[in-house]
Design a protein around this ligand. Structure first.
Ligand code: FES
Length: 118
């Protein structure tokens, strides 16, 4: 793996994401509340452009919500635009099944520049 500069940190403000290309690989770089994450722009379901989907929260009902339906995790979930499968950006794991996941690329900030290891 090698580190690739994908732009200044100012291009990735909190609450935003965008797709960058490193050689032939498209990678979504997300800034979730100040923490950067990088995921492949390729959904494991049917290879849709996962990182071109919207970022939001999700509806949950379980012990953590007292079994009431509540909107949770705002800004932490990307939804694949093709069939709507939701993935946790921080882990790459689909909310519907822990067996469905995408890899995560190491991402860091060096001297004000965002670098992704591919
Ligand atoms: S291709 Fe992503 S949900 Fe189907």
């Amino acid at each position: 793996m090698a580190a690739h500069d994908v732009g200044p940190l100012a291009d990735f403000p909190p609450g935003t994401h965008r797709v960058v290309r490193i050689r032939s690989v498209e990678i979504g770089v997300f800034n979730v509340a100040g923490t950067l994450h990088a995921l492949p722009n390729l959904c494991p379901h049917q290879f849709g452009p996962l990182c071109e989907g919207g970022v939001s929260g999700t509806m949950a009902s379980g012990p953590e919500t007292g079994w009431a339906h509540r909107w949770v995790r705002e800004g932490e979930i990307v939804t694949c635009p093709w069939h709507g499968i939701e993935f946790a950006i921080a882990t790459g794991v689909a909310l519907c099944s822990p067996k469905l996941r995408v890899r995560r690329y190491p991402v860091s900030v060096v001297a004000g520049r965002v670098t992704v290891e591919v």
